[in-house]
Design a protein around this ligand. Sequence first.
Ligand SMILES: Cc1cc2nc3c(=O)[nH]c(=O)nc-3n(C[C@H](O)[C@H](O)[C@H](O)COP(=O)(O)OP(=O)(O)OC[C@H]3O[C@@H](n4cnc5c(N)ncnc54)[C@H](O)[C@@H]3O)c2cc1C
Length: 380
Amino acid sequence: MKLHDLAVVGGGILGLACAISAVRRGQSVLLCERDTCARGASVRNFGMVWLIGQPHGERLALGKRSRECWLELAREAGFWCEESGSLHVAYHDDEWQVLTEFVDSEPDREGLELLDRSEVQRRWPAVRTAGLRGALRCATDLRVDPREAIAALTQWLTAQPEAEVWSGATVHRVTDGELHTTDGRRAAAREIVVCSGDDFRTLYPDLFTAAGLTRCKLQMMRTRPQPDGWRLGPTLATGLSLCHYESFARCPGQAAVRERLAAQWPEHFGFGIHVLAAQNQLGEVLIGDSHEYGLEFDSVERVEIEALILDYLANVLELPDPRVAERWHGTYARGTAEQVPFVASPEPSVTVVTSAAGAGMTMSFGLAERVLDGLAERDL
Ligand SMILES: Cc1cc2nc3c(=O)[nH]c(=O)nc-3n(C[C@H](O)[C@H](O)[C@H](O)COP(=O)(O)OP(=O)(O)OC[C@H]3O[C@@H](n4cnc5c(N)ncnc54)[C@H](O)[C@@H]3O)c2cc1C
């Protein structure tokens, strides 16, 4: 049996990032994905490489490194990756206050620009201007189409001579440097990295429970392609996002925004909704999302959540064709702020990696490199 330098369980973005980073270091790699192609959170998200949402420090550093890799790999593997940036729109003085506090407190953060209402109107006429106070543009945020990008990265990996990709390979046991699949295949590796998303609790239930992790269910949707080549421009985020992303937690004004919005939009708060809109290369607009926490969820998409998201969005954005073409939900493992990203070694030569937050696309490649650096140090 061939001894691989690295075996990876899971072909979502974190598994792919680990496998690709290892191949780029000249290592031999096996990646096992349970389905014929990845169907987890990595193909169900917005595709935002979202530096604006990452707090200063390690998470922002991982995001920046990932950004470089996304741009490089988009060229090499041939998928759409747009430097579209993001736009947080403020319709209240308290939201504007948070945006200005954020900019003042982050002098080193690149690509930030506060824009007044007339500038927003001039550059992005679809943003509603009634009551608009201004907006924060972050030029460094990227966007990919997750379905296209994950497929292209899998194809790129498969074409590398040092890599082997087993699809339809469900790993049911990892032990003593070997992994076993339910269809009777076996492989050996010096190191095994488990990137099976929130499903890692199937392989390591005790670790999942002991760490106190939970799961998050998010609901989102996609419109038809917008007519006549209409483009939204940057990914649009709203006041609700100022309460959601940890990067804004350092702003003293956040508490006032939270208090007002919780009173004004209680149902949105109840479902953990913060409204985002992002357009892909096909002209479709992805809209979301809600955040429900727990270990088990309903299998359905709730019409009520969709209506709440669309109601809020209608105050902010005028879409030429708001008709919804597809709706779905996704899940990820969720930890405390200190557990993001989550990296643990449940047994020798095995490392479990999950972002433990809704930022796996953003942290992906930076996190994979950090994990591989850790393994290299351990092997010295
Ligand atoms: C709706 C939604 C929107 C989001 N938006 C963003 C965003 O815009 N930007 C961002 O940075 N993050 C976003 N996230 C978070 C991001 O999608 C996740 O953090 C990331 O995709 C997790 O990647 P992963 O590879 O760890 O897990 P997954 O994508 O879940 O991949 C795990 C893979 O492992 C496979 N697998 C599981 N068990 C086994 C097994 N036993 N054997 C073999 N294979 C197995 C599964 O089939 C799956 O393909 C969003 C998440 C959701 C749900």
